[in-house]
Design a protein around this ligand. Sequence first.
Ligand code: FES
Length: 181
Amino acid sequence: MEETKANTKKGAATDTDFDYSVIDEILTRHGAQERAIIAILQEAQERYRYLPAELFLYLSQKMKVSEARLYSVATFYENFSLEPKGKYVIKICDGTACHVRKSIPILERIRSDLGLSSEVVTTEDLGFTVETVSCLGACGLAPVITVNDKVYPTMTPGKANELIEMLKEELKGGNNANDNA
Ligand code: FES
């Protein structure tokens, strides 16, 4: 395993410190074939939490697919992100059911607690990313937010504040209770 990692770094497509062993493992599992592009990108995003630029040249070489093709897939699907995301990705639902049950004050409270805005969605320390979504499929529990896909139902600005404080403590202590990994 260590040998693979070391060899991979030596043979990397760029001379950065990027760890290619993760993507090598994914490629081995799916096969470096064009038909697996989406599955490979999905899993790469789960592991890296976004699609780093280093991946595209590397995948292009390994899969014999143009970088343009890879970028076109990555930018077509909303779920792919080319920007680094925080350790905790918080999604605030603003679909109809959540909106009428006052999701906006929750969003505003979370942004304010984290110093974020509609333009700046990820904290500088890469601790948190805050996004809005149109429906999380749990309308009966509105207003709903998720943290790394864990659902928090019937939220209020106060509950959101408590949750953010708890997550900040987790970040400080390295406790991964809200990690899906
Ligand atoms: S509208 Fe929020 S979960 Fe459906």
